[in-house]
Design a protein around this ligand. Sequence first.
Ligand SMILES: Cc1ncc(COP(=O)(O)O)c(C=O)c1O
Length: 440
Amino acid sequence: MATHAPNDLANWWMPFTDNRYFKSNPRLLAAARDMHYTTADGRRILDGTAGLWCVNAGHGREPIVKAIQQQAATLDFAPTFQLGHPLAFQLAAKLAGIMPEGLDRIFFTNSGSESVDTALKIALAYWRARGQGQRTRLIGRERGYHGVGFGGISVGGILANRRVFGPGLPGVDHLPHTHDARNLFTRGQPAHGAELADRLEALIALHGADTIAAVIVEPLAGSTGVLVPPQGYLERLRAITAQHGILLIFDEVISGFGRLGAATAAERFGVTPDLICLAKGLTNAAVPMGAVAAARHVHDAIVDAPGDVPGIELFHGYTYSAHALACAAGIASLDVYASEGLFARARSLEDTWAEAIHSLAGLPHVVDIRNFGLVAAIELAPRPDAPGVRGQAIFRALFDAGVLIRVSGDTIALSPPLIISPAQIDEIRSALDAGLRQLA
Ligand SMILES: Cc1ncc(COP(=O)(O)O)c(C=O)c1O
């Protein structure tokens, strides 16, 4: 096992990291297996976050490791512009098989951010192909996270991710977020807030439906601190978009692959969008990969249209779209999910999970708890003088106690691998209980 710490931490400019703090207080992960990481100094850490919401089947799973090893020795890379390789078609068929009915055309990317930009571009190309090229407006939502591309930060609604990066895409507007003080400490879907979807009617009245290409939302908002959709909210959003012929995009980069107890949030909530953005769990995070699942009518409108230039229908793609190693990892991951029934397992653990997390209500600083599927958030009151400091403090305390959690500001977000046992759920609960009692 590689447990040697590097001598020099200066060169790597780390993403979404307090680089100055980290480099004087490094935390290095050196190995991982099933539910645990091992640090470079040999400590075991229970993974309460599936890495970054992505290692849904747990770490180092043998069928996935073997598939990648074998593929690397057989076909390392094949161009996918005007050429193909068998695994890409196999994975597309397998993935289409677990998408909602009709969303069976798959475009491969390498990350969630790329999936979002791809879906937005498909929406624009769709309207152009249908002779309505004036439909260029994109509607996102406050507090939304859609990755870090210029498209994603434009439709996204997390201020820190946009603030220093200029004006972003033109012609973007936002729905209100769905956090509602009437819903505090709700288990599962909150009762209040379906009417927030009606704000889309106001945006349509303002801009005109015939200028709007698509609405993009996370069905369950993850990175902002876990906002569960109010009962009836997604249904209303679907009804309004359908009524006005606007495409609906679900960004399921987090909510896909069993996180909510079904293959997709669309399936779990019974609401079918026109496009679904995927990544993370697609390969169990063993090789970077994303995908967009498109409804047949969206795909066909573009692929069957005469097009501006003869030949290629959609001038879009990445060198590594459908990379052979990622396809091998994807096929093996979907097989593990199916053979171990992990999506159903997440569903069956949901009540145990909710019970454990909601038992933390009443502890110091806890102002809200939210849960759905195998996701939960514990929101802490920020220190008035120093927002975010409590979040960092609890993250560090839990890491030192052997449990990995994630924090977004002062909100703790939890999303363990779907193989977690009830005893490990209790281990997370009791570590949080102890940590919160000691938090200043
Ligand atoms: C909903 C959503 N969309 C997009 C992304 C971006 O994915 P990536 O970091 O792979 O680009 C994320 C990442 O957390 C996400 O949660």
